[in-house]
Design a protein around this ligand. Sequence first.
Ligand SMILES: Nc1nc2c(ncn2[C@@H]2O[C@H](COP(=O)(O)OP(=O)(O)OP(=O)(O)O)[C@@H](O)[C@H]2O)c(=O)[nH]1
Ligand SMILES: [Mg+2]
Length: 272
Amino acid sequence: MSAKPGLSEPLNKPAKVSRGRASGDAPHRGPADPALGGVSLVFPVHNESFIIEQTLRNYIAELATRVPELEVIVAEDGSTDDTKVVLERLEKELPIKLFMSDERKGYQDAVRDAISHATQPWLFIVDSDYQFAAIDFWRLESHRKSHDVILGMKSPRKDPFYRVFLSWGYNLLLRLFFNIPYRDMDTGFRLIRRSVAEELAPEVKYMSFFTAEFVVRAHYAGHEILEVPVHHYARKIGSTTIFFISKLFLICIHQFIGIFRLKSEFRRRGLK
Ligand SMILES: Nc1nc2c(ncn2[C@@H]2O[C@H](COP(=O)(O)OP(=O)(O)OP(=O)(O)O)[C@@H](O)[C@H]2O)c(=O)[nH]1
Ligand SMILES: [Mg+2]
C-alpha cells in the first residue's frame, strides 16, 4: 500500500482527488469488511456539552452493529462548561473509552494522545460537534483496501464566508508550496491507517489542528491519500472552540509561518 520513495526521489504520484459535491444518494451502509480490521473512532472534545451526547449516540447507532471491532475514544480536555459531567454520565451507558484532562492540551495534542490510546488498525477521527453525518463514514470506508489516508472533503462547506475564504487560501498555499493536489486538508472527518498515524503524528509540529501538516507529511512519505466529498453542516449548537474572530489574525500568521518551516525542513531533508 505504501511504497516509500527515497528521500531525494521525486514523487510521481497521480492526483487522488474526487471533486464535486457529496452525492445525494445514501451510501451503502456496511457492514465493514472484517478482513480490513477494526476501527477506533476518535472524538476530540472541548466545550461541547450541548451536542456531544447527540454526536456520540448517532455515531454509535450507525457504526456499532456494522463495524466489527469498533472502539470509541473520547478525548476531552480543558472543558469549562458541563461537558465532563455529560461524558461521565454517558460513560456509564455507552461503550466509550473516556479520557479527560483538566488542562487544555489543544487540538493537536488531544488528537496525538487519542491516537496513542487506540488499539484498532484504523482511526476514524471526527470533530465532535456534529458538522458531519455519521452515515458518511461509509463513503470513506469503501476505500480502505487501496488507501492509507481517506479524507472527507466538505462539499459544500457550510461555514461563514470568511472561514471558507481563509481555508481556501490556506489549502491553495499548501498545494503551491508542496505541489500536492488536495483541496480540504484541514477537514475534521478522516479515516487513517493507524500505522501511518503512529509513524507521522509525532512529527507534526509546525501548524495547528494536526490534519493539514499530517496530510503533507503522509504525501511525502509515499502513502496513498484520497479525498472523498462528504456532507457538511453548519454548527447548530455551541460555538467555535478554536476560530474566534479575535484570534483569526494570529492563527493565520501561525499557519503561514508553519508552511515556511515545513518547507524548509523538507528542503533540508532533500524532499522535492
Ligand atoms: N480535546 C480537544 N478538543 C478540541 C480542542 N479544541 C477544539 N476541540 C474539538 O475539535 C473539534 C473542532 O473544533 P471546532 O471549534 O468545531 O472547529 P471548526 O469546526 O473548525 O469550527 P466551527 O465552525 O466553529 O465548528 C470540536 O469537536 C472541538 O470540540 C482542544 O483543545 N482539545
Ligand atoms: Mg466544528
